[in-house]
Design a protein around this ligand. Structure first.
Ligand code: ATP
Ligand code: FE2
Length: 331
């Protein structure tokens, strides 16, 4: 039996998850939110510092596992906001020293992708849509290769900024989803796909002008944003499927919680001549969470990637680490 505890702290969420032999047995988190405006990194870090212990204890009691049974502690090493990453690292180091157990550093983006395995997906094209990232990825010879990505903003950050323009707080995604469901009136927005890449900042400027003109309702703009931007995502994902000749698509990251994105993706799969299957983990595993860190941590731990508790001093955060920089030596 292998028990891995995972700690997530890269941005808005502090989460602790526990995975036992590939099964999620606890996934507790708390997210820093705002009434209006975006994330203030030092405030998010303060949130993590204050909530850490309580979340950890709840995860243990949910799982029924005693902390002495933990084999290793996985933590999100990067990318992310430095003050938030530092809180997670500190928590992880203290726990490793106390329990005398090794640390497993995990790349946050790779955890978003690896948790997809829990759905039974085997060799997919991955559409990773989260706050800071928007990428179409597939695994090939030792690395997660990025086939296409946003040329400017991540789609989650784009939606959050649009929500902020409407006077809504963070996170904006779920609020925009609700508004979008109340309209069917499409207002034309720029559509920017370049090969397998997309660009979003022009759409944001256009939206700002439309909001300021007061000619459109928040509902119709939200609806139009989802229809336009999700179509762009589905288009690049389909192109990557055709290019790689793969038969599976896996959705990853917080924006994939959106039912309209899932619906559009599913439709694309059903309409392809080549049989294509869509996989998407439960929403609780899509937005930042500790279980995905524990899950990826278990895979890395199994491949011998760990730092013993008496050698953790030099371990540091990696705020800018890219998905395709990571050597995947566990597959
Ligand atoms: P990254 O993984 O790139 O570092 P992140 O960790 O901030 O970014 P996640 O936690 O995976 O990203 O996702 C958070 C994002 O998902 C936020 O931008 C949020 O608005 C968006 N989101 C959450 N739910 C929905 C939804 N129902 N519809 C659209 N977007 C959503
Ligand atoms: Fe994330």
């Amino acid at each position: 039996m292998v028990v891995i505890l995972g700690i997530e702290s890269t941005a808005h969420t502090f989460g602790v998850g526990i995975v036992q032999d590939g099964k999620v047995v606890a996934n507790v988190k708390d997210t820093y939110t705002t009434e209006s405006g975006g994330i203030i990194p030092v405030d998010a870090a303060k949130h993590h510092r204050e909530k850490g212990k309580e979340i950890y204890e709840k995860a243990l009691s949910d799982s029924g596992i005693d902390e002495t049974e933990i084999d290793a502690i996985a933590f999100s090493q990067g990318p992310g906001l430095p003050p938030c990453l530092r809180e997670g690292l500190k928590f992880a180091k203290e726990l490793a020293s106390k329990l005398k157990k090794p640390l497993v550093p995990v790349n946050h983006c790779i955890a978003h992708l690896e948790i997809g395995r829990i759905t039974g997906s085997n060799d997919p094209v991955m559409l990773y849509t989260s706050g800071a990232n928007t990428q179409v990825i597939a695994y090939s010879s030792g690395k997660y290769r990025v086939f296409g990505e946003t040329l400017d903003l991540g789609v989650g950050n784009f939606i959050d900024t649009f929500a902020r323009y409407l006077g809504l707080g963070f996170p904006g995604g779920p609020k925009i989803q609700k508004l979008a469901e109340q309209s069917k009136n499409y207002v034309e927005l720029p559509y920017t796909v370049k090969g397998m890449d997309i660009a979003l900042s022009g759409i944001l400027t256009n939206l700002k002008q439309k909001i300021e003109s007061r000619k459109y309702s928040a509902e119709e703009l939200s609806y139009s944003v989802q229809e336009t931007v999700f179509s762009m995502l589905v288009e690049v994902a389909e192109r990557a499927l055709a290019y790689t000749d793969k038969k599976e698509i896996l959705l990853a990251g917080g924006v994939a919680c959106n039912p309209r994105l899932k619906e559009m993706c599913k439709k694309m799969c059903d309409e392809r001549l080549k049989k294509t299957e869509m996989f998407v983990p439960d929403n609780s595993l899509l937005v930042d969470n500790g279980a995905m860190i524990a899950y990826a941590g278990e895979i890395l731990f199994g491949a011998g990637i760990k730092t013993p508790y008496n050698k953790i001093e030099d371990l540091d955060i990696k705020p800018r680490q890219r998905t395709d920089d990571v050597e995947v030596n566990w597959k």
